[in-house]
Write a protein that binds this ligand. Structure first.
Ligand code: SF4
Ligand code: SF4
Length: 229
């Protein structure tokens, strides 16, 4: 889905579902723990493995809910990087499948090869997981300072993994009462436009991989046309 081109600097009137912000602020503490603490104690990198297990379990019944509510990197970008970001519109290439899966293959290839070399040494394995977070965070900060702060989440390999493993799970539904006002697109952290999935008859559904289940659009839709399956 290609979002309408527009600068989204102002987000001051966005309403949010309760509990998401505190949950994100709490989880964002894990980012410095792994990135900085992992430098001194590499085994802290195993935190990443724990989080991968957590999101794969959650994806089984809530899709990319982990991305929207619990991901330490996503939370950091949304709550802190957003204070400094220029918030330019996300380029269509970030929404394209080929780019998403190319990045997935490259990053998973890098991680697999480093894990192969580190096999048998728990400190070295922990350091590999930390290294992947340092790399992802660096890329995400660079992109998020110019584009919307959660631009990385449109191509994050871990988000893609959750998206494909939950194709039919807890999908965002668009009722035909939608008037395609684009308010949902304005408040979406990854510039998904649910109104574009409206069907003339019956309800449309936003693909799992395109939605973090954050509920921003549900809360802000003036026609109450959005809900989760
Ligand atoms: S905010 Fe609601 S009415 Fe407006 S485009 Fe989105 S789903 Fe449709
Ligand atoms: S489509 Fe709605 S629920 Fe999904 S990420 Fe965007 S704002 Fe959040």
């Amino acid at each position: 889905m290609i979002a309408p081109e527009k600068n989204q600097k102002s987000r001051s009137r966005i309403q949010e579902i309760c509990c998401r912000k505190p949950s994100q602020l709490l989880m964002s503490l894990l980012l410095p723990l792994v990135v900085i603490g992992g430098y001194f104690c590499p085994r802290i990198g195993f935190t990443v493995l724990g989080l991968i297990t957590l999101f794969m379990v959650i994806a089984g019944f809530r899709g990319r809910f982990y991305c929207g509510w619990l991901c330490p990197m996503g939370a950091f970008h949304e709550r802190f990087l957003g204070l400094f970001s220029l918030q330019r519109a996300i380029l269509p290439v970030f929404k394209s499948s080929w780019f998403r899966w190319l990045l997935f293959v490259l990053m998973m290839g890098l991680m697999s090869s480093r894990l192969y070399l580190a096999w048998g040494d728990s400190k070295a394995i922990g350091a590999v997981f930390r290294m992947m977070w340092v790399l992802s965070t660096g890329l995400a900060i660079g992109l998020g300072l110019y584009f919307k702060p959660r631009v990385w989440c449109t191509v994050c390999p871990m988000g893609s993994l959750q998206g494909v493993s939950s194709r039919n799970t807890y999908l965002l539904t668009v009722e035909d009462s939608c008037v395609q006002c684009r308010k949902c697109w304005e408040v979406c952290p990854i510039s998904t436009y649910p109104g574009a999935f409206k069907q003339e008859e019956g309800s449309g559904q936003v693909p799992s991989i395109e939605c973090l289940r954050c509920s921003n659009c549900v809360v802000n839709c003036p026609k109450k046309a959005l809900s989760f399956q």
